[in-house]
Ligand binder design. Structure first.
Ligand code: SF4
Length: 94
């Protein structure tokens, strides 16, 4: 993802001082917000989000696609619940 807004940021070296915006600790909430701000400008946000859902991806953890891992899990649970409800609705209607 050469066009990624975060490309090359790991080499900047100030992550240790301010907290890594993509793997923020709970003690560095500003770092987490900074990661989301960077993602919001990213031209490959949708691809990054889709990639982060891949169970074999190293992007399961941390902030990717503009969301924290907890936010992605919540979004996936809601999507799965909506799909299950839709299947039940169709089964009842048949
Ligand atoms: S959306 Fe993904 S690729 Fe883009 S800045 Fe965020 S973490 Fe990097």
């Amino acid at each position: 993802m050469d066009r990624a807004a975060c490309a090359g940021m790991a080499d900047k070296g100030d992550f240790r001082k301010n907290g890594d915006p993509f793997y923020p600790s709970s003690a560095a909430p500003e770092a987490a917000r900074e990661g989301k701000r960077i993602c919001a400008t990213c031209p490959v946000l949708a691809e990054c989000y889709a990639h982060s859902l891949d169970a074999s991806s190293s992007r399961q953890y941390g902030t990717f696609g503009g969301l924290s891992e907890e936010e992605r899990r919540t979004r996936q649970r809601l999507k799965q619940r909506a799909e299950a409800n839709e299947r039940r609705r169709k089964a009842k209607a048949a």
